[in-house]
Design a protein around this ligand. Sequence first.
Ligand code: NDP
Length: 321
Amino acid sequence: MSIILVTGGTGLVGKAIQHVIETEPEGSRFGKKPGEKWIFVSSSEADLRDTEQTKRLFEKYKPTHVIHLAAIVGGLYINMKCKLTFLRDNILINDNVLHTAHLTGTQKVISCLSTCVFPDKVTYPLDETKIHLGLPHESNFGYSHAKRLVDVQNRAYKDQFGCNFTSAIPTSIFGPHDNFNLESAHVIPALIHKCYLAQNNGTPFIVGGSGKPLRQFIYSRDLAKLFIWQLREYDDVEPVILSVGEDQEVSVKELTDAIVKAMNYKGEYILDTTQADGQFRKPASNKKLLSLMGEFRFTPFDEALQDTVQWFLNNYENART
Ligand code: NDP
């Protein structure tokens, strides 16, 4: 019997994993396997910044495997504003989860990092060997250092105790159940929400920055499948980048045009160049992933964006806005 505990199970990625486990055919590559029990938890069951609450959570469910997603997460502006919170809370969460997993003999933990961990000044494309080669970008200094440390911890747990702890590095994620709050959201949910307000209230649709930065976006339900693959088929401490190909970058302007189309928005939008752009681009290679996994069909970007917009419109009342 495998008991798989998903921390952060109520967030964007956690909900996507739950969706895939519940909707893919049972016994298939990404569906639920016989003998597996999946548990998705939120902060209301345990505040993972607190050691005692973390221990009680592990005592309650006795997980054999953990997909560790719980984190304080946010877009560029909140990352710039709250560097200490992003650093400290994430360090506490990660340390409690990894150490409790070690103490209770959990067989495997996959923790979720982010491409923010990579150095600001680095040769592109990013790959798994480049994480510690220089300082991360100033804009998310706190978050990225906390995430980097997980890779260091994983290696130390393996060296000293032989633990099977590893990590995944997704690029920018979007999909149903995202955080659409204008103060803290990432670029896709923030623009969807702004476009919605412009459409409904006749207010200006202002897009922060020049529109030029490029990003690699992954649909949360595709990412969910990659996590399930990594849980079942990958046993090595070295991280794996979970991403679409590096040739799939989208500019913020192209993204805004796609949102305008998906929302059927008839007005104009304004690129506000007085706002920060963040890193210009950070293409990441998915070569290692595909070489290990074989073929994988990513959902076309426009289709995934359309699904996300539709989910937002259908769930506006209950979404995180
Ligand atoms: P969300 O913000 O959607 O969800 C965060 C989850 O973490 C929620 O379930 C939340 O619980 C839980 N959580 C937050 N604080 C605590 C806490 N103190 N104790 C216990 N649980 C807590 O995040 P995402 O799904 O977007 O992110 C999942 C992972 O992916 C994170 O590790 C993130 O760093 C990483 N990532 C995200 C990217 C993105 O574009 N979104 C990009 C790259 C990496 P509750 O619902 O109760 O608040």
